[in-house]
Ligand binder design. Structure first.
Ligand SMILES: Cc1ncc(C[n+]2csc(CCOP(=O)(O)OP(=O)(O)O)c2C)c(N)n1
Ligand code: SF4
Length: 487
C-alpha cells in the first residue's frame, strides 16, 4: 500500500510566528504568487541539501517578511539594495547559497542601478525577480514593468508612452550584458507554468552551487489585490495581458561555458579594514576589560544603556562619550543613534553597549539603564527597562516620576544644576555624572580625559568637569538619603 503525504518543505518554518493567533498562514493575499514562489524555492533548497548554508536577502515590498517563513539565514535590506548585500555575503562566504529575492518596484525601480552592476559583474548569486507589474505593498502604484494602458493608483487613466515611457524588459536588458549566465522568465498562472517555474527555480540555485555565475529568474506573478481581481481572474490576467508583453522562456543561458565563477573569499579582518581605510592607529587587540576587581556592583555591569530626549539636549553626544570612554577602558562598545529628520527639537535617542563580551547587536530593546531627559522619552522607554535596571531622569523637566517599583530610580534635577553652575547646556553631562556616581561603571578621570581630547577650550572643559562633579555629588547624596530612609 502506498500513502501519499504532503508536507511543508523543511526550509520553511513549521509555524509562522508573525501573526498572533494564526501561525499557519502567511501574510500574503489569497492567490498571490509570492506564496507559490516561496514554496518552490524552499523545495529546491531542501532537494539540494543547502538549508544550513542558505542566506536569503529579503527586500522591501510585500515579501519583506520572508524571514518569518524561510528557515534559513536571513537578512532584510533597504529598498532595492538586495544585490549589494547578496554580493557581500557571497564574497565573504563563497560556500553559501545566496538568494536575492526582489519585487519589480524593488529591483527595476529604486534598485535598477544595483541589479545592473551586480549582473554585469556576473556575481555568483541567484536572483528571484517577482514581476507583478505594480508596487503591491504600497497600494498598487505604477512600476517600471506596468503595461501600457494599465491603470494603477499613480496612472489612473492608464500608462501612456509619452508620460511614463514603455514597460521595461528587465530580463532582456540584463541579458544584453556579458556578465549574467542564466536568465529565464516564467509565470504562475496554471499548473504547467507553475511546474516550469519550479524547474527554473531549481536550475538557478543549482547553477550557483556549481559556480556557474549570475542567474536571474523573472516570475510573472499574480497580484489579485493590487489588480482588483479575484485570484482566478488574476491568473487569467497574467496569461492574457502580461504574457504578450513579457514572453516566457530562457532569455540567456551560457551556464555550460561557465565554471569556477566564484570569487576568491574576501578576507575581512580588522587589520585589512584598517589598511584599506588608511587607519594607521586602528589596532586589532582583544578587548581586555573585566569587572572582576572593580567596585562596580554586579547589577550595573555590562550596561545596555538607552539615552533619550529632544534633539539639541545632547543625548547622542552623551552616548558617544560613554562609548568612547568604555572603549578606552578596554570594553567592547557600540553606539547606535536614532533620530527624526528635524535638525533641532525632534526626538532623539541612542543605544550604548559597554560590555566585556562581544556585542552581538547594537540594537537595545531591553535596556538595563535609561537616561531620559524629557517626558515623552521617559514614558516611551521606562516600560522597556529590565526588572532590576536603573532609570535616571531630568527632574527639572519631567514632573512625574516613573511608576515602576522593580527598578532603581534616580531623579536628577540636571537642568537646574547645570544652570546653577554656569550653563543649562551641560545638563547632559550632569546626567552622566549622576550615572557614574551611582554605578561607578566608568572612572571620572577617563571621562574627563575624553572630554579634554574633544575640545581645546579650557573654559568648556572646566564647565564639564564641574557638571560631572555636580552629578556625582547629587547621586551620592541621593543614595545616602535613600539608605537612611530605608533604615
Ligand atoms: C527608500 C524607500 N522608498 C520607498 C519605500 C516605500 N515602498 C515600500 S514597498 C514599495 C514597493 C514595493 O513594490 P515591489 O518591489 O514591486 O514589491 P511587491 O510589494 O509588489 O511584492 C515601496 C515603494 C520604502 N520602503 N523605502
Ligand atoms: S498586494 Fe499583491 S503582491 Fe502583495 S501580498 Fe497581496 S497579492 Fe501579493
Amino acid at each position: 500500500m502506498y500513502a501519499k503525504s504532503f508536507q511543508r518543505p523543511k526550509s520553511l518554518f513549521g509555524e509562522f510566528s508573525r501573526k498572533s493567533g494564526d501561525h499557519l498562514t502567511t501574510h500574503y493575499c489569497p492567490g498571490c504568487g509570492h506564496g507559490n514562489l516561496h514554496k518552490y524555492i524552499a523545495e529546491a533548497i531542501d532537494e539540494l541539501g543547502m538549508q544550513d548554508r542558505t542566506v536569503l536577502v529579503n527586500p522591501v515590498g510585500c515579501s519583506v517578511f520572508a524571514y518569518y517563513y524561510f528557515d534559513v539565514g536571513n537578512i532584510q535590506v533597504p529598498h532595492g539594495r538586495a544585490p549589494a548585500a547578496a554580493t557581500a555575503v557571497k564574497r565573504a562566504l563563497p560556500d553559501s547559497l545566496v538568494i536575492s529575492y526582489q519585487g519589480d518596484g524593488d529591483l527595476a525601480a529604486i534598485g535598477g542601478n544595483e541589479i545592473l552592476h551586480c549582473a554585469n559583474r556576473g556575481e555568483n548569486i541567484t536572483v528571484f525577480f517577482v514581476n507583478n507589474a505594480i508596487y503591491g505593498m504600497t497600494g498598487g502604484q505604477m512600476a517600471p514593468t506596468t503595461l501600457l494602458g494599465q491603470r494603477t493608483s499613480t496612472s489612473p487613466t492608464g500608462r501612456q508612452i509619452l508620460e511614463e515611457g514603455f514597460p521595461m524588459h528587465v530580463s532582456e536588458l540584463l541579458a544584453s550584458l556579458e556578465g549574467p549566465s542564466y536568465i529565464e522568465r516564467v509565470g504562475l498562472f496554471d499548473n504547467k507554468s507553475r511546474m516550469r517555474a519550479r524547474k527554473a527555480v531549481k536550475k538557478g540555485l543549482q547553477n550557483q552551487i556549481e559556480g556557474r555565475g549570475f542567474s536571474l529568474i523573472e516570475v510573472l506573478s499574480p497580484c489579485p489585490t493590487g489588480w482588483g481581481l479575484t485570484p482566478t481572474d488574476a491568473c487569467n490576467w497574467v496569461k492574457e495581458n502580461l504574457l504578450p508583453v513579457f514572453p516566457l522562456g530562457v532569455i540567456k543561458d551560457v551556464t555550460a561555458d561557465r565554471e569556477n565563477w566564484n570569487r576568491r573569499r574576501l578576507e575581512v579582518t580588522p587589520e585589512r579594514v584598517a589598511e584599506v581605510l588608511g587607519i594607521t592607529h586602528a589596532t586589532a587587540e582583544k578587548r581586555t576589560a573585566t569587572w572582576t576587581d572593580s567596585n562596580v556592583a554586579t547589577c550595573y555591569r555590562d550596561p545596555r544603556i538607552k539615552l533619550a530626549g529632544f534633539g539639541g539636549q545632547g543625548v547622542l553626544f552623551l552616548g558617544k562619550l560613554l562609548a568612547e570612554v568604555g572603549m578606552r577602558e578596554g570594553f567592547n562598545v557600540s553606539w547606535l543613534p536614532s533620530y527624526g529628520p528635524e535638525m533641532r527639537g525632534g526626538t532623539a535617542n541612542c543605544a550604548v553597549n559597554i560590555s566585556t563580551l562581544p556585542v552581538g547587536s547594537p540594537l537595545i530593546s531591553d535596556p538595563s539603564v535609561l537616561i531620559a531627559t524629557n517626558r515623552p522619552s521617559l514614558d516611551k522607554f521606562a516600560p522597556e527597562v529590565v526588572s532590576g535596571g536603573v532609570i535616571l531622569y531630568d527632574s527639572s523637566l519631567i514632573d512625574t516620576a516613573p511608576t515602576r517599583d522593580d527598578v532603581e530610580v534616580l531623579a536628577v534635577p540636571a537642568t537646574a544644576i547645570a544652570d546653577s553652575i554656569g550653563s543649562p547646556k551641560v545638563a547632559n553631562i550632569v546626567m552622566l555624572g549622576a550615572y557614574i556616581g551611582l554605578t561607578n561603571v566608568l572612572p571620572k578621570e577617563r571621562v574627563v580625559a575624553v572630554i579634554e581630547s574633544m575640545t581645546k577650550k579650557k573654559a568648556l572643559v572646566e564647565l564639564n568637569i564641574k557638571a560631572i562633579d555636580a552629578g556625582i555629588e547629587h547621586a551620592s547624596k541621593a543614595h545616602v538619603a535613600e539608605d537612611s530612609w530605608a533604615v
